[in-house]
Write a protein that binds this ligand. Structure first.
Ligand SMILES: *Cc1c(COP(=O)(O)O)cnc(C)c1O
Length: 359
């Protein structure tokens, strides 16, 4: 069977073990004579799947009792609107601008809120994470929004800012489940599934209970956290197959030692790639050292016009989707949880070969 190392930023690689389990269970799930895709979302079998998915996620992330886990649709992009519609009180919100996804979150929020950009790394092309001090916060802000991992620029918050009594909201789409994270620091965490959780179509929202039930009058029912909270994510048909796949991925993460185990593996993967880039005088990393993502690693070949050739030759060797985002250029290796260490080693040996050829 042909399998490549897929460095796509999302949708991205899934663990082969998970795909094989899904394949084996596909036509006849638990002797029901049906696929999970064909099960009623109100059936006992699906209730078991969604309950188990939630329990596994709670266990992996150590989510406290006073937080709800919602399985919804619409992607992280829909949460850009859902967050202000649920949290709006004074009508002011603080945003940290760390790149493309932050900017999209901000422009959506501007439809509903007075948005204050309290910090930005636009001055250096989003190659670093600005430091957030308490003095920067708007005292009566309804929330502070950050993008914990910047998928396109390859930066990540190494320290989560302390926002005191102001709820901290995080777009964690591209680094949820990649490392240990203290959920109690956040009011809302949201993530599209297609990077570290499962197939596209599912969105996970983790929200503190006191932030539920205060949606603005004109908030659509489907965007109101209360709708999904009080129905156990079964107000309407949830993305059932996505929830099932997420459950299989959560089981896989648990088997690898939970977030502690997966973090060690991710740090090792990112470490060997950054180390190789650092000692090379052919490749360079555009990202400041203290702001580096361990999920998305952009790199460039300074002063040479070799990007297209690199991407093409890598693809011929089973190293897929290494082209950098069109807004940044160069290359980008997205090495989410399912990427094995061997995949990163294969990338490094290709980079060495390519470097030698073009020195
Ligand atoms: C991929 C991504 C998004 C967009 O997610 P959708 O589910 O496609 O809406 C938003 N934010 C970040 C950080 C992402 O990586």
């Amino acid at each position: 069977m042909k399998r490549v190392y897929n460095f796509s930023a999302g949708p991205s690689m899934l663990p082969l073990e998970v795909l094989e389990k899904a394949q084996a269970e596909l036509p006849n799930y638990k002797d029901s004579g049906m696929s999970v895709m064909e099960l009623s979302h109100r059936s006992g079998l699906f209730t078991d799947i969604i309950t188990e998915a939630e329990n596994l996620l709670r266990d992996l992330m150590n989510i406290p009792e006073n937080y709800k886990v919602l399985f919804v649709q619409g992607g992280a992009s829909q949460q850009f609107a859902a967050v202000p519609l649920n949290l709006k009180k004074s009508g002011k919100a603080d945003y940290v601008n760390t790149g493309s996804w932050s900017k999209k979150a901000m422009s959506e929020a501007k439809k509903f809120m007075e948005v204050n950009e309290i910090a930005s790394s636009a001055d250096e092309n989003f190659t670093y994470i600005p430091k957030i001090e308490a003095s920067m916060l708007t005292p009566d802000a309804d929330y502070v929004h950050i993008t914990t991992n910047n998928t396109i620029e390859g930066t990540a918050f190494r320290d989560i800012p302390d926002t005191g009594n102001i709820p901290l909201v995080a777009d964690m789409s591209s680094n949820i489940l990649s490392e240990e994270m203290d959920v109690t620091k956040f009011g809302v965490i949201y993530a599209g599934a297609q990077k570290n959780i499962g197939p596209a179509g599912l969105t996970v929202v983790i929200v503190r209970e006191d932030l539920i039930g205060n949606a603005t009058e004109h908030c659509p029912t489907m965007l109101d956290y209360q709708t999904h909270s009080e129905s156990g994510s079964l107000y309407n048909t949830p993305p059932t197959y996505g929830v099932y796949m997420a459950k299989l991925v959560f089981e896989w993460v648990k088997e690898l030692g939970g977030l502690k185990g997966i973090q060690a593996r991710n740090e090792k993967k990112a470490g060997i790639l950054y180390d190789y880039i650092a000692q090379s005088d052919f490749y360079a990393s555009p990202v400041k050292e203290d702001s580096r993502s361990i999920m998305n690693i952009p790199f460039i070949i300074p002063g040479r016009d070799l990007d297209d050739e690199f991407v093409k030759e890598a693809q011929a060797e089973g190293l897929e989707t290494l082209k950098g985002h069109r807004s940044v250029g160069g290359m980008r290796a997205s090495i989410y949880n399912p990427m094995p260490v061997e995949g990163v080693e294969a990338l490094i040996s290709f980079m060495k070969k390519f470097e030698q050829k073009h020195q």
